[in-house]
Design a protein around this ligand. Structure first.
Ligand code: BGC
Length: 347
């Protein structure tokens, strides 16, 4: 896994500001031989923190290349100004279509306007781009992810002091997850069974912020019965805070992404669940759609979502809840992580 991540970092040019055209030499050679320029997909990734994004990048590039397209992929982390100028750069280099993971769902707008001006189609990948003219949105059903997270916690503890620690306020997914969570929590809050004693979002999905929120709460001597953590990074931060008070494994914690470390915590008993999103399905589908769009073909969608500016044709995939009971039939069966990777940790 480590090797793949390192290879990918090298491949897609994590170095800030640089654009690495994969297989550039091959592209040049092909151009000379056939005089036919391959399609270039610009992939702007406004995220780096979590291990999933390296998988997204690697699988997307793999599928695009199978379809005879090249990918100009570039990370910008959570710096939206940087992401805007990188996208402008991709457009000026003549990409045929743009796939964008926005670091900020709203502020990315000027880059999308630039793409619109040059007639470059835009696909929002995993995270919606708000209030802009985009062509398609592809993601997992994030409201469903939020519902699954809470249902898994309620199957362990259904009363008491609950904490909701959400994602980045600049990421539309953070709101969708919260919407799903509240769909399940609200009736219990209204009945008086559950009290939401922490209800916060953390900047850029930072585990250290989540750690601090839970630590400060516990330091004040108040009690806590469950934590809904919006993703596995946040779960890692809150479990660290619980661990320092001898509470890891005693208070249920949710997560999302099926990161290797989260699956290890689940089998070790300190995290209750995660939500597995088969990245291969998302990345492959997005690459197919991007290439089809660049070729002017009509693409398949299965839903619509309002982004504040327009009704966006969208494609949603289903998330899967993972706990210690179905680890083998989900992430292991799919080869997302191996049995050895997950379980060797507790031997
Ligand atoms: C993604 C999550 C990810 C989070 C932080 C969200 O938009 O849907 O899978 O954990 O960003 O990168």
């Amino acid at each position: 896994m480590k090797k793949i991540i390192i290879a990918l970092i090298v491949l897609i040019g994590l170095v800030s500001g640089s654009i690495y055209f994969l297989n550039n030499l091959l592209v040049e050679k092909q151009t000379l031989l056939t005089q036919k320029k391959p399609l270039i997909v610009g992939f702007s990734m406004g995220a780096t923190g979590e291990e999933r994004w390296f998988k997204d990048g690697k699988l997307f590039i793999q599928k695009a290349r199978e379809l005879d397209a090249e990918v100009a992929a570039i990370f910008s982390d959570y710096d939206v100004e940087k992401q805007i100028s990188q996208i402008e750069n991709l457009i000026s280099q003549g990409v045929d279509v743009l796939v964008v993971i926005p670091s900020d769902s709203e502020k990315i707008g000027p880059a999308i306007e630039e793409a619109n001006r040059y007639g470059v189609k835009v696909i929002a990948y995993d995270r919606l781009i708000k209030n802009s003219d985009i062509d398609l949105y592809i993601s997992f059903d994030n409201v469903k992810v939020g519902e699954l997270q809470v249902e898994s916690i309620l199957s362990v503890v259904s009363k008491g002091n609950f904490a909701y620690i959400g994602g980045s306020p600049t990421d539309n997914n953070a709101y969708l997850l919260k919407e799903g969570a509240m769909n399940i929590l609200n009736p219990k809050i209204e009945d008086g069974d559950i009290k939401l004693v922490i209800n916060e979002f953390v900047a850029d999905w930072k585990p250290e912020e989540a750690y601090k929120i839970v630590k400060d709460y516990l330091d004040s001597g108040k009690s806590l019965n469950a934590i809904i953590a919006a993703n596995d990074g946040i779960a890692s931060g809150v479990i660290q805070a619980l661990g320092e008070k001898g509470l890891a494994g005693k208070i249920p914690v949710s997560g999302q992404d099926a990161e290797l470390s989260a699956t290890q915590r689940i089998v070790a008993g300190t995290q209750t669940s995660t939500v597995y999103k088969p990245i291969i399905s998302l990345a492959y589908k997005a690459a197919e759609i991007a290439v089809a769009m660049a070729n002017g073909q009509v693409v398949e969608t299965n839903t619509y979502i309002n982004n504040g500016e327009m009704i966006v044709p969208s494609y949603f995939l289903d998330p899967i809840l993972v706990n210690k009971d179905n680890m083998m039939e989900t992430v292991v069966k799919d080869g997302f992580h191996t049995y050895e990777e997950i379980y060797s940790f507790i031997k």
